[in-house]
Design a protein. Sequence first.
Length: 133
Amino acid sequence: SLLTDFRASESGESALAELHMLFTASFDFVEQYPVISLLSRPDSDVLTKYRKELDTRNIKWRERLRKTVQRGVDNGEIDRDVDVARFSKIFHELQTALIQNPDYKGPGKRYDRDTVALAVDTLINGIRPRAAG
């Protein structure tokens, strides 16, 4: 996909680092190609003819997230009790919600990077393995 080509290809990094990259790459991509944000709006009649393609890309995106999260569970980076499919849905839905509601922080900046960083850090901290005890 375009986003994968843009910056989010599997990096060989840890699963948590890759999830961080996948989350933030979406915002970089939409800032570079702002028309893409229109595709994520459920009420966009203008782009109805692209809906099937968008749905296909979203399915592939969530599958990519699931693979990355499962890799993290398998290698102990992510808590083994994490529901991989649910987490991937939450990750993607939060990403989409933030993309649909830009902050417009200065020329060319649609998103407040502190908000994006807080969102992804909160997600990632919530799936780290819990200390025994």
